[in-house]
Ligand binder design. Sequence first.
Ligand SMILES: [Fe+2]
Length: 265
Amino acid sequence: MDDRLRRLSVHPGEEDRLAHVGWELAGKIAFNEAVAELSHQGYAPHPGTEEECEQRQVLGLARFQDPYGFTHEVYYGPTYNIGSFLPGKPMAGRFVGGAEGVGHVVFAIPEMTPEMEQFITGILGMELFTTLPAGRGPEARFYRCNPRTHCLACAIVPGHKGVHHLAIEGTHMDDVGRAWDLVQERELPITTTLGRHMPDTLISFYMRTPTGFDIEFGAQGERLDDDYVQITPATPEGWGHKFVGDGLPVTVRPVVSEEHATSEK
Ligand SMILES: [Fe+2]
């Protein structure tokens, strides 16, 4: 999606699930500080092997699990090749990428525990952007770490856990419109129709991947700077975004036991 050599990787596995989420750090000093802090807080970061760094095309990485057992990696020094990105089809704009990363990932979790909140804000160091009460969709909490309004969000789905969706953003609305046409021409499963979110202003739609999680594709997402003042939208959607899918993504599964519902750390 940009000149980075790796953004998304698909691995063979026993079940369809999210293998890991990577969080980029500024450099080796920030990486070493993060590893020390994770160790100090009891998250036991596991250093990536040379082979793993090669596979992800980064200089260094460390892997650890959050209180719900989702695997995260912090890394630094990603490889890029200037001007190397060629889209798979003609595009009016480009993907939003670079230092803003892939987009955002949304985890479904049974409840927001103090441990998970502390992990996201205190350990990952993200800032709460906004929350949405349960209504037409589940209660959700959105967290940011760059100019995007959110990079990580949690949807509270009682009794369930798993990756809900991954969002990718384009710079031009025509690319979203063309993708919207294309998924319908190819009869791919749409789970939420075209519409505009209110907390973050993104115009997007959601489709189900063969793996079972959803991908949201949109444009016109708001960018926040230091002058940002928190505002609370009266409605979660400006327009559209009708749920038309079969319910929860397949990758959001019932939590089988109390043991799995809480920390696996
Ligand atoms: Fe989203």
